[in-house]
Design a protein around this ligand. Structure first.
Ligand code: PLP
Length: 433
């Protein structure tokens, strides 16, 4: 055994710099979080050495006694974390990421070229929910299936359930997907179930963004109404980068659905499971099942609400005027800025955010808003008062962006904005903006 610093100082140095960036800056990307040291220890473990194609008790490789024990434990914890009855739900814990989990779920539920309906990307949906552009079918979910996106209502910016119901009546999809990457409000799963049932479609929820909050009972429960639920494990769930697929085992064709999901993951979409990741998921899920998790999830939401309120109090516009979950969508168009300009200024200030489309945006390349999330800052124990200070920093970033836009153009930003950009500079303290 030799440590990384000795074998590969170059990579070690990059990791050190990124560690410094993550912990000296303010992380506001809604899809990110700070995974616990324990989960990272499991993720970096010797389990990475093992091949285990197949499922517990039915592997294509020998030597899987302990890996079987691990995968069974991880499945048990996944059901426990979401309070699911093992007689009614099963779970596959092998997907490498949210995208592969979603494609495997589509593969399991419908046939190639069948119709699906997911929330459109410009309205907050994810690429894997059937995204395509006028020029190109961009994602496997639109290449291999016929995609008919639904949207948000232009007035309220809330999911247009009536519109979805009437479109579904025309398109007769085999699958309706709910869940989003940039939607600040909760979902009406009961209504969605009604629509799906009427058209004879499966209902799948991708709760990647909100799973940690749903597990805590702080948002509506997708499991009460959906046939299949997918999630990533690294956003509000605060685990390693991976995906999970939950499936009902009490439906008429339950055994068949279980088989289809498992075979869609392996061998249809993946090879050997990443056992080190499965161990880290198990550890993260253990943490989600503890009583302190509820307090964390409550605080994530309280912080997002406080952030939204502070920005509104400063006269800014938020999509849907606020939030029910961990994220806010800030519409910068009324003040004449683009999301990319503010993202650049924030980067130079050590605040990490991402540009995001807001309702009615004409260009996806130059969106008029930014998306802010509070999961990571809440993991650093920040409360509403801290978040109000963060809102003040964001206000300054926006004011500075406006000034620079007026005076100089963003190419000169580096001359105006002096911040530490390396750990060495950081030792001297942050310079002022
Ligand atoms: N589903 C949703 C709703 C997401 O927001 C994302 C990623 O941000 C994914 C799926 C994809 O997850 P991954 O990046 O792990 O493939």
């Amino acid at each position: 055994y030799k440590p990384l610093a000795e074998i590969d100082p170059e990579v070690k140095n990059i990791i050190d710099k990124e560690t410094w960036r993550q912990f000296t800056g303010l992380e506001l990307i809604a899809s990110e979080n700070l995974t616990s040291q324990a989960a990272m220890e499991a993720n970096g473990s010797i389990l990475t050495n093992k091949y285990s194609e197949g499922l517990p008790g039915a592997r294509y490789y020998g030597g899987n006694e302990y890996i079987d024990e691990l995968e069974v434990l991880c499945r048990k914890r996944a059901l426990q974390a979401f309070n699911l009855d093992p007689a009614k739900w099963g779970v596959n814990v092998q997907p490498y990421s949210g995208s592969t989990a979603n494609f495997a779920a589509l593969t399991a539920l419908i046939q190639p070229q069948d119709r699906l309906m997911g929330l459109g990307l410009p309205d907050g949906g994810h690429l894997t929910h059937g995204y395509y552009t006028a020029k190109k079918k961009m994602t496997a979910s639109s290449i291999y299936f016929q995609s008919f996106p639904y949207g948000i209502s232009p007035d309220s910016n809330l999911i247009d359930y009536d519109g979805l119901a009437s479109q579904a009546k025309i398109f007769k999809p085999k699958l309706i997907i709910c869940g989003a990457s940039a939607y600040p409000r909760d979902w009406d799963y009961a209504r969605l179930k009604q629509i799906a049932e009427k058209e004879g479609a499966y209902l799948m929820a991708d709760i990647a963004h909100t799973s940690g909050l749903i597990a805590a009972g702080e948002l509506n429960n997708a499991f009460d109404y959906c046939d299949v639920v997918t999630t990533t494990t690294h956003k509000t769930l605060r685990g390693p980068r991976a995906g999970l697929i939950f499936f009902r085992t009490d439906l008429e064709n339950a055994k068949d659905l279980e088989k289809r999901v498992n075979e869609a993951v392996f061998p249809a979409c993946q090879g050997g499971p990443h056992n080190n990741t499965i161990a880290a998921i198990a550890t993260a899920l253990l943490q989600v099942s503890q009583p302190s998790w509820r307090a964390y999830a409550k605080q994530v939401i309280a912080n997002a609400k406080a952030l939204g309120e502070a920005l509104v109090a400063k006269g800014y516009k938020l999509q849907t005027n606020g939030t029910d979950n961990h994220l806010v969508l800030w519409d910068l168009r009324p003040i004449g800025l683009t999301g990319s300009k503010v993202e650049k200024v924030c980067d130079l200030m050590g605040i990490t955010i991402n540009k995001n489309a807001v309702s009615g945006d004409s260009s996806a390349q130059v969106p008029g808003g930014i998306r802010l999330g509070t999961s990571a800052l809440t993991s650093r124990n920040m409360k509403e008062d801290d978040i109000r200070v963060v809102a003040e920093f964001l206000h300054r970033a926006v004011q500075l962006s406006l000034l620079l836009q007026k005076e100089a153009g963003t190419k000169l930003l580096k001359d105006f904005v002096r911040v530490a950009t390396t750990p060495e500079e950081g030792k001297e303290g942050y310079s002022k903006v």
